[in-house]
Design a protein around this ligand. Structure first.
Ligand SMILES: *Cc1c(COP(=O)(O)O)cnc(C)c1O
Length: 371
C-alpha cells in the first residue's frame, strides 16, 4: 500500500468543545446580567481555542471580545473577526502603535499611557476610543478612586482620545460578598460623580462571579469568562450552565498486576490485591495535573468512575479497572466533562478551573461539535 493512502491515526488525547453548550451559557449570561456582554477570550479562550471560539462567537451579538494582549487581539483579527476588541489589562509602550493602528480599545491606567496613545493617534491621524480604568480594590491597574476626578479633565484635553467607557474589576466577588457590595457602591458613586451614563457609553465591573451574584445597577456591560465555558465560580448560584469542554483520551493497554506491585514513578502506589490496570494515553504533558496523585481523583469510562492510581506521568496515567471487567484497550476515557466536573478535578489538584482549562497544552487536539 502506498504510504499516502494510510489514514492518520486518531489523537491520543483530545478536547471536545460543544458549541451549543457555549451558546446556552451565553444566553444564561445575558439573562443573569441583563446587559450587553464582552466575552472574555484571553488565554486562547480559556484553552478552548482562540480563533475557533472568536469566529463562532462573532455571530452572537457581543459588544466586545476581551483579550489579555495584542498577540491575542491580532490573532482574532487575522481570523477574520471584526467584533470590537478590548484589552483587559494595562498596555506598555511597545504595544501601543499596533493598538492605535488597529483601533483596539485599551483601558487607561495612567496619564503617561494616555498621552502616548494620544500622540501616536495624532501621528496616525486617528481618534482612539479608550476606557477609563478605575482601581476599586483589585490593585492590578487603573487609577485609584481619588485620582479620577482630577485625571478626567486632563484626559479630555487629549484631542485624539475618546473616553468611551469606564470599568473596574472585582477581586473577590466569589469570596467576600460584603466587600463586593461596597465595591459596587463605590464604583457607582465614582461613575455618577464623573457624569454617569450621559458621559460614558460603556460602564462595566462584573466578571462571571459579579454577574451571578450581584445586581448590575448602573453597569450596562459585563465581562463573563469562566461561565461561558460552563463553570460557575459561585457554588450556590442557581443559574444552570452546561459544560463546554470534555477532555478525553483512550485506554492503550489493560492487564493484571499481582498484589504488591508498584504503579508509576516513586512506587507510591502499591497494589493490595490482584489489580486490573488500564494505562491511558494522557499525562501532565497534556495538562492533566500531576498534582492529582494521591488526591482521590477519578476518570470516567463508559460513564462509570474509576480511580487514578500512582503518579501522573508526562504522557500516561494508570487507572484501577478491577471493578470494570468490560474495560478494554481502545475505550474512550473522560478526564473531565459531563461525568467528572472540571471543578472537581481543579479542587483535587488544589487549584481553580481557570488554571485547569488554560493548562491544557497544544498537544491536545481541540474538536468542535454542534451536538
Ligand atoms: C479574566 C477577566 C474577566 C473574566 O473573569 P471570569 O472570572 O473568568 O468571568 C473579567 N474581567 C477582567 C478584567 C479579567 O481579567
Amino acid at each position: 500500500m502506498a504510504i499516502q493512502s494510510i489514514k492518520a491515526s486518531p489523537p491520543r488525547a483530545w478536547a471536545e468543545v460543544n458549541l451549543n453548550a457555549l451558546v446556552a451559557n451565553l444566553q444564561a449570561a445575558r439573562s443573569a446580567a441583563g446587559c450587553a456582554l464582552m466575552a472574555v477570550l484571553k488565554a486562547g479562550a480559556y484553552g478552548h481555542g482562540l480563533e475557533e471560539m472568536a469566529r463562532f462567537l462573532s455571530t452572537q451579538d457581543l459588544a466586545f471580545m476581551g483579550v489579555a494582549n495584542v498577540g491575542e487581539a491580532r490573532r482574532i483579527r487575522n481570523a477574520g473577526v471584526d467584533t470590537p476588541i478590548y484589552l483587559l489589562g494595562a498596555t506598555w509602550a511597545a504595544e501601543r502603535e499596533e493598538i492605535v493602528a488597529n483601533g483596539w480599545t485599551p483601558c487607561i491606567s495612567s496619564l503617561d499611557e494616555a498621552q502616548q496613545f494620544n500622540s501616536i493617534a495624532d501621528r496616525m491621524d486617528k481618534r482612539l476610543k479608550v476606557h477609563l480604568a478605575v482601581d476599586t480594590g483589585m490593585g492590578r491597574g487603573g487609577f485609584v478612586a481619588a485620582q479620577c476626578r482630577e485625571v478626567l479633565p486632563l484626559l479630555d484635553q487629549l484631542g485624539h482620545l475618546e473616553i468611551d467607557g469606564i470599568g473596574s474589576h472585582l477581586p473577590s466577588a466569589d469570596e467576600d460578598e460584603a466587600f463586593t457590595r461596597r465595591q459596587f457602591a463605590t464604583f457607582e458613586d465614582i461613575v455618577h460623580e464623573l457624569g454617569g451614563r450621559e458621559r460614558f457609553r460603556w460602564i462595566h465591573l462584573s466578571n462571571s462571579a459579579g454577574m451571578l451574584g450581584y445586581r448590575q445597577g448602573l453597569c450596562n456591560l459585563a465581562r463573563p469568562g469562566l461561565m461561558l465555558y460552563g463553570v460557575s465560580p459561585m457554588p450556590h448560584s442557581d443559574v444552570f450552565l452546561q459544560h463546554v469542554m470534555t477532555l478525553k483520551s483512550r485506554v492503550t493497554l489493560v492487564r493484571w498486576l499481582p498484589e504488591g506491585h508498584g504503579v508509576s514513578y516513586g512506587r507510591q502506589f502499591v497494589t493490595t490485591r490482584p489489580t486490573r490496570v488500564a494505562t491511558v494515553g494522557i499525562g501532565y504533558g497534556d495538562g492533566y495535573p500531576r498534582h492529582l496523585n494521591g488526591m482521590g481523583a477519578e476518570v470516567a469510562i463508559s460513564g462509570r468512575r474509576f480511580p487514578l492510581i500512582g503518579r501522573v506521568t508526562m504522557d500516561q496515567i494508570m487507572v484501577d479497572v478491577t471493578d470494570g471487567p468490560q474495560v478494554v484497550e481502545g475505550d474512550e476515557v473522560e478526564l473531565f466533562g459531563g461525568v467528572i466536573p472540571v471543578a472537581e478535578i481543579a479542587k483535587k489538584a488544589d487549584t481553580i478551573a481557570w488554571e485547569i482549562f488554560t493548562g491544557i497544552t497544544p498537544r491536545v487536539m481541540r474538536c468542535y461539535m454542534e451536538a
